[in-house]
Ligand binder design. Structure first.
Ligand code: B12
Ligand code: SF4
Length: 475
């Protein structure tokens, strides 16, 4: 049955000074899945075409906005303001990691009416029904809303297993727009699980999913991958799961089905180093056979002291053992490190640089990422950041001014900031110029020329670690 009123959803574009990622908006597809089955008309407006909201808002019940920390918030605020100005009856509803962490502060913005905290499928469906029937909002669990200027919080909604919900309604998006070229392959992201049971002190996932983890069942995952392959001509799947390998039996079953169904897709996933090091040789062979192309690990730090402080639950040895497994099995890997962390000393930073140097020289298929620590509200480390002088943004507008290419870390000395900036912006980016044959489309560049930036960066990295060890008498 087609409903009279529609639902409009807004997918922000990712901000990075280098690229504009276009990812499939799984959060929005998830919250649409039940409503779509019930016959609601759902329009997803994408920030690459911000003005298109005008065409679809005329008969809408609400505008749903997906929000995470950072500069994307400015587009989210812009569309919320414009919709409120032009269509005052439409309720503006925000959900996602940022409003979940700071529901009251976010709701204080005059153009936001309702916050959905945490998992959204059931709450948003119930909310849309309630708005449509004109019933009171206090009927809906899991939200914050305003009543005569007062913020009202309803009881929390328990987390549900996403297998209970219908499949992602891919027909709501133009798939072609969301396929990006990665290493020369047509690549689409996919989310096959929710949450994570670990409790790393810097991470937002435990805040959203309260340390639950749920994996979509393998048959359902394979159906979706087949859809992406057939309809989007996708060659490479980028699993955006927080912890893809949390349930090894499930990951194994997905790989077996990929082989049985002859999917012939390359795939990428995020893993914990300690999980991969516990797999057998046969397990790794299975992953490879099913198309595993590259793994991403949150290595975070080369200092065991910092890994312990972060409650990461991994060791520097796990990271190196993981690297060896990747080499033995010809698997590419991205090692992501964080710097500028609360409690990090110059010696910890030196340990990170030394580990980066070791890893980058181990394989041409290894890439290093160095991220400036982002203070994520509601996380345990955020409390430490506040105590150490992080100037907390007081409004959602101020949060949109926070980006991750500038320091928001008053505890880092001027001197260390300078060293970190040189490493992050000048040295690390050039370390990926290792092997032109690994990058489709750049094969015409003579190997020897391609490697020059890498050689220079490696020289600078070694120079920096040596200097630090001499100045501070490390090791
Ligand atoms: C894809 C992704 C990105 C993409 C785009 C993200 C986007 N716009 O949503 C890119 C690559 C751009 C990105 C960048 C960054 N990201 Co990111 N990213 C993710 C990732 C891997 C997947 C998101 C996803 O699709 N999840 C699947 C869906 C189904 O789950 P969900 O998002 O939780 O949605 C559910 C609920 O939250 C809710 N919901 C969500 N939106 C809405 C909207 C409405 C209206 C309603 C009712 C409900 C609702 O309902 C959904 C279904 O239950 C998550 C980790 C993860 N696996 O979730 C991190 C994550 C969202 N990112 C995070 C971070 C820290 C970043 C960066 C800051 C990293 C950095 N240092 O640069 C940058 C920020 C850049 C910027 N703002 O410009 C944090 C969030 C931090 C925060 N407090 O906001 C996460 C949670 C990772 C983490 N480990 O902490 N990211
Ligand atoms: S950093 Fe990774 S392992 Fe740790 S809680 Fe977040 S998603 Fe889980």
């Amino acid at each position: 049955m087609t409903k009279n009123q529609s639902v409009v959803l807004f997918a922000p574009k990712a901000c990075s000074p280098f690229k504009r990622f276009i990812r499939i908006p799984y959060a929005l597809l998830s919250i649409s899945s039940i409503l779509d089955q019930e016959g609601y008309k759902i329009n997803i407006v994408d920030a690459t075409n911000l003005k298109s909201y005008k065409k679809v808002c005329s008969n809408a019940l609400c505008l749903g906005v997906n929000s995470i920390i950072g500069p994307q918030i400015s587009d989210e605020l812009k569309i919320s303001r414009q919709v409120k100005e032009e269509f005052s009856d439409i309720k503006v509803v925000w959900g996602g990691a940022h409003p979940t962490a700071l529901p009251e502060q976010t709701l204080s913005n005059e153009n936001i009416d309702i916050i959905v905290k945490g998992q959204g499928e059931l709450t948003f469906t119930h909310l849309v029904h309630t708005l449509e029937q004109g019933r009171p909002l206090n009927d809906v669990d899991g939200i914050y809303y305003k009543d005569n200027g007062k913020i009202i919080k309803t009881p929390e909604r328990p987390i549900s297993n996403p297998n209970k919900f219908p499949p992602y309604p891919f027909h709501l998006i133009d798939l072609k727009k969301h396929v990006m070229k990665v290493d020369g392959f047509r690549c689409a992201n996919y989310v096959s699980s929710r949450g994570c049971s670990f409790n790393c002190k810097f991470c937002s996932i435990p805040i959203i999913y309260k340390r639950h983890w749920f994996g979509l069942n393998p048959k359902r995952v394979i159906n979706d991958l087949l859809y992406l392959k057939e309809k989007g001509k996708v060659e490479y799947i980028w699993f955006d799961d927080a912890n893809y390998f949390a349930d090894w039996d499930r990951a194994k079953e997905i790989s077996k089905l990929m082989i049985q169904q002859d999917l012939q897709l390359k795939w990428f996933a995020e893993a914990r180093a300690d999980k991969i090091t516990r797999l057998s040789k046969d397990d790794i062979v299975l992953l490879k056979e099913s198309g595993l192309y590259r793994l991403f690990i949150g290595a975070e730090s080369g200092s065991q002291r910092i890994l312990n402080t972060l409650q990461k639950g991994t060791t520097v040895k796990d990271i190196l053992d993981f690297a060896k497994i990747c080499i033995e099995n010809d698997i590419g890997a991205i090692f992501s490190f964080m710097v500028g962390l609360p409690h990090e000393t110059i010696y910890d930073f030196y340990k990170t640089l030394s580990l980066i140097e070791k890893i980058t020289t181990m394989s041409d298929s290894f890439t290093i990422m160095l991220q400036l620590y982002a203070s994520l509200p509601s996380t345990a480390l955020y409390e430490d950041a506040l105590k150490m002088g992080f100037r907390e943004p007081k409004t959602v507008e101020e949060w949109s001014e926070i980006d991750f290419y500038h320091f928001n870390t008053p505890w880092v000395s001027k001197k260390l900031k300078k060293i970190i900036a040189t490493t992050k912006f000048q040295i690390i980016p050039l370390l990926c110029f290792k092997d032109s044959s690994k990058i489709n489309g750049r094969k015409f560049i003579p190997k020897i020329l391609y490697k020059i930036p890498y050689k220079i960066s490696l020289f600078r990295l070694r120079n920096l670690t040596t200097k630090l060890s001499q100045i501070y008498h490390f090791d």
